[in-house]
Design a protein around this ligand. Structure first.
Ligand code: APR
Length: 247
């Protein structure tokens, strides 16, 4: 039985009974906003570049200009992008549960633009810039031909405020995400290939806590066989359908 093309009735009935929901989103959630994902063959960002060349402290140390310019290109894409119906549905869904925790691996800020509050950004935010030496966020700097621009306080290179491979995630954010995964009654994993830890560990923490696991992804992932519900469609379609079923 389904309540809508993609939504099993049993899932809707379970959701009507719970208070605590946690959601983990990945790049797939922003795909319908025109932002490339990372690992999709051909269209994914990592099909043209390798993560090691661009998204590591070593890559930045070796060629800060190339890394800064790649993020400037991605920032351009992000500033042109708008939240899609999936982002908007998640912001609405939050109002239906007393405890709703939105955890994202995305750095595009589209959840906040869609109206989601208290988004746990595990991998930072591409629209924020920080000093590569002091780590503090820098909101403005003088126009300069230097690429990357120097920190106005100490002169070191500025860098995007995102978490690179081999870097630690913001500890307080990660702790809150893990606590939500460990205490939720339903865990949604949406638009993520579930391959990059510690984010990819969160659904498995939820499984150990006995939560109902819902995966929304057109493709299978390492989580798929452990999920209670697999909604194999684009999040921009499935989430509005889910919201309608819960109305
Ligand atoms: N709706 C839902 N899922 C989708 C959609 C869509 N419209 N389009 C694609 N997907 C799925 C793909 O099937 C894939 O499983 O989204 C997933 C995107 O996976 P990745 O490109 O690996 O992105 P993500 O899982 O967010 O990557 C995790 O790795 O590169 C690092 O730091 C980066 O945060 C990123 C992390």
């Amino acid at each position: 039985m389904t309540a809508a093309p993609q939504i099993p009735l049993r899932l809707v009935e379970s959701l009507r009974k719970v208070d605590r929901v946690a959601v983990l989103t990945g790049a797939g959630t922003s795909a319908e906003s025109g932002i490339p994902t990372f690992r999709q063959a051909q269209t994914g960002l990592w099909s043209q570049f390798s993560p090691e060349e661009l998204a590591t402290p070593m890559a930045f140390a070796e060629n800060p200009k190339r890394v800064w310019e790649w993020y400037a290109w991605r920032r351009e894409l992000v500033t042109k992008a708008r939240p899609n119906p999936g982002h908007l549905a998640l912001a609405q869904l939050a109002r239906r549960f007393p405890q709703f925790t939105l955890i994202t691996q995305n750095v595009d800020g589209l959840h906040q633009q869609a109206g989601s509050q208290e988004v746990l950004e595990l991998h930072g935010n591409i629209l924020r810039t920080k000093c590569s030496r002091e780590g503090r966020v820098v909101e403005k700097w003088t126009d300069t031909p230097a690429v990357p621009p120097p920190c106005p306080h100490c002169g070191a290179h500025l860098r995007p405020d995102v978490v690179w491979f081999h870097e630690a995630l913001p500890q307080e954010t990660l702790d809150r995400a893990m606590a939500a995964a460990a205490s939720c009654q339903v865990f949604f994993s949406i638009g993520t290939s579930t391959v990059v830890s510690p984010a990819a560990d969160l659904p498995f923490i939820a499984i150990r806590n006995g939560a109902v696991i819902v995966e929304i992804n057109p493709e299978p992932t390492p989580l798929t066989e452990s999920a209670d519900y697999v909604l194999a469609g684009p999040s921009g379609m499935v989430l509005p359908e889910l919201l309608t079923c819960l109305a």
